[in-house]
Each structure stands twice: as structure tokens, then as C-alpha cells.
Design a protein around this ligand. Structure first.
Ligand SMILES: O=C[C@H](O)COP(=O)(O)O
Length: 258
């Protein structure tokens, strides 16, 4: 049986300037001990303007924490004002990049086609995409959460070969649970995460599906993380608000103690 190392990733969203980012990562690095990294991977997804500072700190202090960006351009380079390319992120030695977060889909009109292009841009530059999928409240109320989420998955993975897809991270984030304090029940999370894994097996292979990490995101806190992580198809969390509090984020990383 495949062992999947849980990935606890803090998505800072549009919070923490580069000075605050340094202080925050330092606080995390002091609080986290080597043993915390033994069976959990820890990452932060920082604003673009923080990444160079985070890189310098991580490199200089040889920290085990990984870092990445919250978005990536679908384009390689050129006249795309305001965009940040995958090669720029790779140059900053980012490991991860979020693709298709619901806030990008909602406020920036990102379609599954755009997400697909961004997943391709990430792989082209050696970055690991954290592909975000999940349904809104109306879809959930209609009971269509699985079909909706799998359609997003299919769209974003179009023409992505198995040798790339085997490293992807999928974050299931029901939109109605993001930043609302409204956490999905562990059973809600398992229902969709399990369906995502089964779809990966259909699209690729059971072996690949067993290797891919699927996170849950949406109002994750130290008080609810253990029950969510106890679900068989949940391999980590994408944490928003609670990741801005270093002490709380460390408790989430130590979910086995909660
Ligand atoms: O990327 C993180 C998610 O949007 C969850 O955010 P939240 O933990 O503030 O609900």
C-alpha cells in the first residue's frame, strides 16, 4: 500500500508583506522541530512580493519548510502586464503553486481551460501544482458536489500525462466552507476526496491514484483537523485564515497530537 506524506500548506492569500512574512516564517521555524517534518510536509503559499524574502530565509537557515506561490501565469513570458511566469517562480526555487483556487475562479474568471493551461505551465517549469477544486453552496444544496468537482478535475487535467499527474496535489475546497467557519464534516470531505481518487484511477491508474495527495481546505483549525485527517482519502490540508497565526498553524501541523 502506498504511503502518502500529509501536506499541510498555509495559503496566506493577500496577507503578510515581505517583512511580516520573514517574521512569520522565523516564528514557524523556531516552533517546528525536526521531528515535525518526519512524517508531514509543511509549506507556505506566499504573495509574490514575499517569495524572494522567504527564499533567502529558507536557504540561509536551511529550513525544511517548503514554499510556493498562489498563482502562475499560463504564459511563458512576454507582454502580459501583471503576470508572473512559472520560470520566475522556479528561479525563486518555489516547490508549489496553487492553481484554480476558488477565489481566482470567482474574482478573476479562471475557467477549467485556464486552470489546465496553468497546470501545464507549472509542470513546464518543474513546479508542483496544488490544483484547487470544489463546489459552491448552490451546487452542494442540489447534491451535485461530486459531479461538479470531478468536472473541474477532468478539465484541469486534460492532456496532462501520467508522469506529470503522479506528482500533482489536489485540494478539495468546498467554496461554502472557505473563510466562513462553516467546516465540511469529515464525511463530506471524504465523500468528495474519495471520488477524486477514484476518478484519478479511471483517468490514469490505481497506482497513480494511490500516490496522489488530496487535501481538504475550508475553515481548517487545530480543533477540527484531526477528524478530517482521519479520513482515508484526506492527505493534508490547505489552510487559509488559521495559517496566519503561527501558533495555530503549528498545532495543525501537529494534527496527530490534537
Ligand atoms: O486556501 C485556503 C482555503 O481557501 C481555506 O481558507 P480558510 O481556511 O480561511 O477557510
Amino acid at each position: 500500500m502506498t504511503t502518502r506524506t500529509p501536506l499541510m500548506a498555509g495559503n496566506w492569500k493577500m496577507n503578510l508583506n515581505h517583512l511580516e512574512a520573514i517574521a512569520h516564517v522565523q516564528k514557524l521555524s523556531f516552533a517546528l522541530a525536526d521531528k515535525d517534518y518526519e512524517d508531514v510536509e509543511v509549506a507556505v503559499l506566499a504573495p509574490f512580493t514575499d517569495l524572494r524574502s522567504v527564499q533567502t530565509l529558507v536557504d540561509g537557515d536551511k529550513l525544511k519548510i517548503k514554499y510556493g506561490a498562489q498563482d502562475i501565469s499560463a504564459h511563458d513570458s512576454g507582454a502580459y502586464t501583471g503576470e508572473i511566469s512559472g520560470s520566475m517562480l522556479a528561479k525563486l526555487r518555489c516547490t508549489y503553486v496553487a492553481v484554480g483556487h476558488s477565489e481566482r475562479r470567482q474574482y478573476h474568471g479562471e475557467s477549467d481551460e485556464i486552470c489546465n493551461a496553468k497546470v501545464k505551465a507549472a509542470y513546464l517549469n518543474g513546479l508542483t501544482p496544488i490544483l484547487c477544486v470544489g463546489e459552491g453552496l448552490d451546487v452542494r444544496k442540489a447534491g451535485n458536489q461530486v459531479a461538479h468537482t470531478l468536472a473541474q478535475l477532468d478539465g484541469a487535467l486534460k492532456d496532462i500525462p501520467a508522469e506529470q499527474a503522479e506528482t500533482i496535489v489536489i485540494a478539495y475546497e468546498p467554496v461554502w466552507a472557505i473563510g466562513t467557519g462553516e467546516v465540511a464534516t469529515p464525511e463530506d470531505a471524504q465523500e468528495v476526496c474519495g471520488a477524486i481518487r477514484r476518478r484519478l484511477a479511471e483517468l490514469y491508474s490505481q497506482e497513480l491514484a494511490d500516490a496522489v495527495r488530496i487535501q481538504y481546505g475550508g475553515s481548517v483549525k487545530s480543533g477540527n483537523v484531526a477528524a478530517i485527517m482521519a479520513q482515508p482519502d484526506v492527505d493534508g490540508a490547505l489552510i487559509g485564515g488559521a495559517a496566519l497565526d503561527a501558533d495555530e498553524f503549528v498545532k495543525i501541523v501537529r494534527f496527530r497530537d490534537q
